[in-house]
Design a protein around this ligand. Structure first.
Ligand code: ADP
Ligand code: ZN
Ligand code: ZN
Length: 677
């Protein structure tokens, strides 16, 4: 008779349980069971991959009722307990079952136990031998502030979070590279993780890393990898072959057995917050993981998040500051505000901006026009009766896309032909309101018929490789004027760009979201950072950023004028403290979806009744979401706040299981530390 022991397994299911299975002892193809091993088990009518989280002699359940483990995915070395602990923390903190956190962060081909693919991938792992870190690449001699930063990072033993605060072009990337080099030299096995908001938008970092460390295995992790690339890269990382991991937010959940340093570039960026499933903040998990492993973590930004800034003020994080741009003479661009109430705009342009572009064209320098709104016009309307092109499925306008001759909803994707007459009153004179990038492109071509103009936004870069091709053209100087959305604002090092025009930033000043101002500021700094990176232009001019606004006296713009983030943040923090908002207060949002918003609101009211100790937290009124309907689903939200993270977490721990058991048929989810409310 075969002897059994019991393994406790988590699976990728919404059921928040650990499942017991029988595991044959000393049977062929069944190695000694260990925590962290991956197994295939029967679950319902299917077979599923599971992660062993405990091995025991007996189960609380009648063993005759237990099923047997089908097989072991033995090609994969077991996952380490520190990785399981990370998943367990993330699951607990963000209120998801452990299995739903752990399993999805393992490549599909492993979970599907594709023996052939696994064997091949494991065989292909090549350990790079010897003194791999040495590089004969030219590297710049560090400036004093850079040197101090590198040395502070690499001499750290144990956990320490650094906020690397430096304007765009101040040499943060160079610090990452040199700190990584030193770290890799400290131990033959050490791994480092560099996280970026969006690899596809910042291909230059990958290029720099690869050329700086030619002998080192570098593995990327992001959502656009094919399954076989993902398997290969993940395995390289999990087995320690890859010494440098370059990835987006999901990389923080990779198994990195020798992790010794984490870098989070542009740590303030919203992309670090996952917006579905496990709604985690990769930045926050990075700090947690660094703490768990006792290693340094570097949070780099020109406009650090208020959370990180406050930690600096309270002494929990260490600030490393780079006061100026690294390239000699590459001073920050001069920022000028153009008062659109005094200088009326035509076709979206002020005369000053048109003149500034003209001067660049005459000198063969490049200009960038930034407008965070794609399409031709945000809406078309009938002036006779007031009809507006709204989406029939969303609380949103249909955007006019002139080149495709259609109206498109940017929220649900619905497309409709452009009505020839007003659907309500028959008026044939429909007007477009407002401007998107396509209309700006058209207007600009009217002013500068000979200029080489390129629009870069989500519509113009749909085809794979088209973004890369567009950027290449800009770098090569084949383009005079770039019109772009936020896609173009990050990271790119355009050497000949001496003018940035910001077209219509004011809407963020009046957002319902209290973080909108902070975001606009960082966006302005980012986009301004695209100008003047190559040093003083041949013509000896300082680069310029022109911001067209109707509110030039707004404190946000006034702070932007002097690139003075520190001052602006102090004001913001004071406001937040007075209002009890993050980083001084803590928040969770419960979202509910239904056909009718009333039902969603009803559910939220029932949920409030189920809150244990309601007096321990601040419970707000449930409200319809600002964008209430998307694709015919109506949505409402409930905000719960507390001055204590611990109290909020304690409440959630009791509350969520109750919500799970409420049989209402309403779809809901919870978001801890929401980034927009
Ligand atoms: P950031 O990441 O802060 O935007 P980068 O690290 O990309 O800045 O540096 C901006 C530019 O300055 C790059 O072209 C980089 O090669 C250059 N640079 C960085 N450090 C130095 C240095 N110490 N001496 C000369 N050039 C430098
Ligand atoms: Zn009408
Ligand atoms: Zn829609």
């Amino acid at each position: 008779m075969i002897q059994h022991c019991i393994v406790q397994v988590v699976l990728d299911t919404p059921l928040d349980f650990y499942f017991d299975y029988r595991y044959p002892v000393e049977a062929e193809n069944f190695p000694v069971p260990k925590i962290g091993m991956l197994v295939v088990v029967p679950f319902g009518r299917r077979e599923e991959a599971g992660l062993i989280v405990d091995v025991k002699e007996e189960s609380e359940i009648d063993e005759n009722k237990l099923k047997d483990v089908v097989s072991v995915i033995s090609e994969i070395p077991p996952l380490r307990t520190d990785w399981i602990d990370l998943c367990r923390f993330a699951a607990g903190y963000y209120q998801r079952p452990l299995g739903e956190v752990a399993l999805p962060s393992i490549p599909k081909n492993i979970r599907a136990n594709k023996k052939l693919a696994l064997k091949r991938a494991v065989k292909a792992l090549v350990q790079v031998p010897g003194n791999i870190v040495a590089t004969n690449m030219e590297k710049p001699v560090l400036l004093k502030a850079q040197e101090q930063a590198v040395s502070a990072i690499v001499k750290t033993r144990g956990f320490k979070p650094f906020v690397l605060y430096g304007v765009t072009g101040s040499g943060k990337t160079e610090i990452y590279l040199q700190a990584i080099e030193e770290k890799l030299k400290q131990s033959d096995a050490m791994q480092v993780l560099i996280m970026v908001p969006e690899i596809n938008l910042t291909p230059q970092l990958e290029v720099s890393v690869r050329s700086r460390f030619p002998g080192v295995t570098i593995a990327t992790l992001h959502s656009r990898l094919t399954e076989s690339e993902r398997l290969k890269n993940w395995l390289q990382i999990h087995t320690g072959v890859a010494r440098i991991v370059l990835g987006t937010r999901l990389a923080i959940l990779a198994s990195m057995p020798q992790l010794g340093l984490i870098v989070v570039d542009e740590e303030h960026d919203l992309s670090y917050k996952q917006q579905e499933g496990l709604r985690y903040s990769a930045r926050d998990l990075a700090v947690w993981r660094a703490n768990q492993l006792g290693i340094p973590v570097v949070l780099g930004s020109a406009t650090p998040s208020l959370e990180s800034w406050q930690h600096v003020l309270s002494g929990r994080y260490v600030k490393l500051e780079l006061p100026e741009r690294a390239v000699k003479d590459a001073v920050l661009p001069a920022i000028r505000l153009i008062d659109a109430t005094r200088e009326p705009l035509q076709n979206g342009f002020s005369p000053s901006l048109i003149n500034a572009i003209k001067r660049r064209l005459e000198k063969s320098e490049q200009s960038l026009l930034f407008l965070n709104r794609r399409g031709y016009a945000p809406v078309i309307t009938c002036e006779a009766c007031g009809w507006i092109s709204v989406c029939e499925r969303c609380t949103a306008y249909m955007v006019y896309h002139k080149s495709h001759h259609l109206l498109r909803c940017h929220h649900c994707g619905l497309e409709r032909p452009i009505p020839r007459v007003c659907p309500d009153c028959g008026n044939i004179d429909l007007q477009t309101l407002g401007r998107g990038t396509q209309r700006i492109e058209e207007g600009l071509a009217g002013y500068f018929p000979d200029a080489r103009i390129l629009r870069i936004d989500a519509d113009s870069t749909r085809k794979k490789g088209s973004l890369e091709a567009a950027l290449e053209m800009v770098h090569k100087g084949e383009i005079d004027i770039v019109i772009g959305t936020q896609m173009i604002s990050k990271g790119h090092d355009f050497q000949n760009m001496t003018l940035v025009g910001v077209l219509n930033p004011d809407t963020a000043l009046f957002s319902h979201d209290y973080r909108a101002g902070e975001r606009l500021f960082s966006q302005l700094m980012q986009v301004a950072g695209r100008a003047g990176r190559g040093g003083v232009s041949e013509h000896g001019n300082r680069s310029e950023v022109l911001i067209q606004t109707r509110y030039p006296m707004h404190p946000l713009y006034q702070a932007a004028l002097t690139h003075d983030y520190g001052n602006y943040v102090s004001d913001l923090l004071m406001e937040r403290q007075n209002a009890g908002l993050p980083p001084f207060g803590f928040q969770v949002l419960l979202f509910a979806e239904a056909r009718k918003v009333e039902n969603a609101l009803d559910f939220l009211r029932q949920a409030i009744d189920a809150i244990p100790e309601p007096e321990a937290v601040i419970i707000n009124e449930p409200i319809p979401m600002a964008m209430m309907r998307i694709a015919n689903v109506e949505r409402a939200q409930l905000l719960i706040e507390s001055t204590s993270r611990g109290r909020l977490q304690g409440m959630l721990k009791e509350w969520i299981p109750v919500l799970r058991n409420m049989k209402t048929g309403i779809r809901w989810h919870i978001e801890v530390d929401p980034m927009s409310i």
